[in-house]
Design a protein around this ligand. Structure first.
Ligand SMILES: *Cc1c(COP(=O)(O)O)cnc(C)c1O
Length: 383
């Protein structure tokens, strides 16, 4: 069995995890959380970093402190993992799904502008844009940031898959008002489960930390000045994260070498890989391509051979949980009518129909990768 992407854990993780365990500070008090935040800020060049329970929690905190609330519109990629959009709904706001660029699979700046202009004509101004760095490749942030400035919207980066990715000299996540990262088991680094918000604004960082710790005021008494969340990262998880962060340069070298090897072997056979803008660099989190042939048959072939390939996401605007039942909700069943607006969508549909992610664990051996490549070539020949 060659899995899609599994964590790379070794002696460094074991040592820090045991240190945290032996200290008895296993929960949310303890030195590792602060150390992890400080070193994460150091690595990304962010001024402030706030650790939290997951990437989803990070996005939720970001939206909340940016004042996104009931009735607000938030633009987000149609082509991404569901958690880029669910926190918008948790805040009572409304996602507006935006199509991708053909080449980078990320938010299309032209579609973003169209959405702002057309919504503005009907008297609606989106409050924020969540730009996702899909699969680790940086979105084209400069024009998106300019559009946000023109219309007074807040730019939030979903960098959950893109730790290590850069645009020029800037690390992704540090360009928008807040950047959000994930340390889920399959991400570039893992804490078992966890997330991080980065920002240049100390007031926003303080507000996110406060909300993530039940909005409890300092002191012995249980006094809470807002309705907060239990979104803390534990000291145990932070110890794991600190060890993983130390190995991040090595992980990125491996991810990039794996992606490059797939590209060299498969591009000449008609597979189309995700493009990256000039001056930007991907984390190459999950090597993915659009295959030549019947994607579902190719994927079935890989699965039968014990290879953990995955289809690329379906467009969020097609997700059952984002559809409305025109006949009214009936026993929890979802309907067929879109519940939210969508601008474009043809590219997202095509990516969804033909895309495949390939095994990309940092510890994937050359022999195993060769096996994936020959199996995929064989499957494409048969489909
Ligand atoms: C993983 C992921 C998230 C959510 O992170 P969790 O830690 O799993 O909550 C959000 N957005 C994207 C694009 C992701 O890939």
């Amino acid at each position: 069995m060659i899995p899609l992407c599994t964590p790379d854990l070794g002696s460094a993780e074991r040592a820090l995890l045991l240190e945290a365990l032996d200290s008895t500070f296993v929960s949310s008090v303890g030195p590792f959380v602060e150390r992890f935040e400080r070193e994460f800020a150091g690595f990304t060049g962010a001024r402030q970093a706030v650790a939290c329970a997951s990437g989803t929690a990070a996005l939720h905190l970001a939206l909340r402190v940016c004042g996104v609330g009931r009735g607000d519109l938030v633009l987000v990629s149609d082509f991404t993992f569901i958690a880029s959009a669910t926190p918008i709904i948790h805040q009572g706001a409304e996602p507006v799904f935006i199509d991708s660029e053909e080449r980078t699979w990320n938010l299309d700046p032209q579609a973003v502008e169209d959405a702002f202009v057309r919504l503005d004509r009907s008297g609606r101004r989106p409050k924020a844009v969540i730009a996702v760095h899909v699969l680790g490749a940086p979105a084209d942030l400069a024009p998106i940031q300019a559009i946000c400035q023109r219309f007074g919207a807040i730019l939030i980066e979903d960098a959950a898959e893109a730790l290590g990715a850069t645009i020029g000299a800037a690390h992704v996540g540090t360009i928008g008002r807040i950047g959000c990262f994930s340390f889920n088991g399959n991400k570039v680094i893992t804490t078992g489960g966890g997330g991080m918000c980065v920002t240049a604004d100390p007031a926003l960082a303080t507000a996110m930390k406060h909300l993530s710790t039940q909005a409890k005021l300092p002191g012995l008494a249980f006094v809470h000045d807002q309705v907060g969340y239990n979104y803390r990262l534990t000291n145990l998880a932070a110890a794991l994260g600190l060890a993983q962060l130390g190995r991040l340069p090595e992980f990125l070298r491996r991810k990039r070498a794996i992606a490059e090897r797939y590209r060299t072997a498969l591009e000449p056979l008609g597979c189309r890989f995700q493009g990256v803008h000039d001056g930007a660099r991907s984390s190459d989190w999950l090597a993915s391509c659009l295959v030549a042939g019947d994607r579902d048959r190719i994927l079935a072939h890989l699965t039968a051979a014990g290879i953990g390939g995955r289809p690329l996401w379906m467009p969020l605007s097609d997700q059952p949980c984002f559809l409305e039942d025109s006949r009214g909700r009936d026993g929890g069943k979802f309907g067929e009518e879109p519940r939210f607006m969508r601008f474009g969508g043809e590219v997202a549909k095509r990516l969804s129909a033909t895309g495949i992610s390939l095994p990309s664990s940092t510890h994937l051996s050359v022999a195993d990768q060769d096996h994936v490549i020959t199996t995929l070539i064989h499957a494409m020949g048969q489909s």
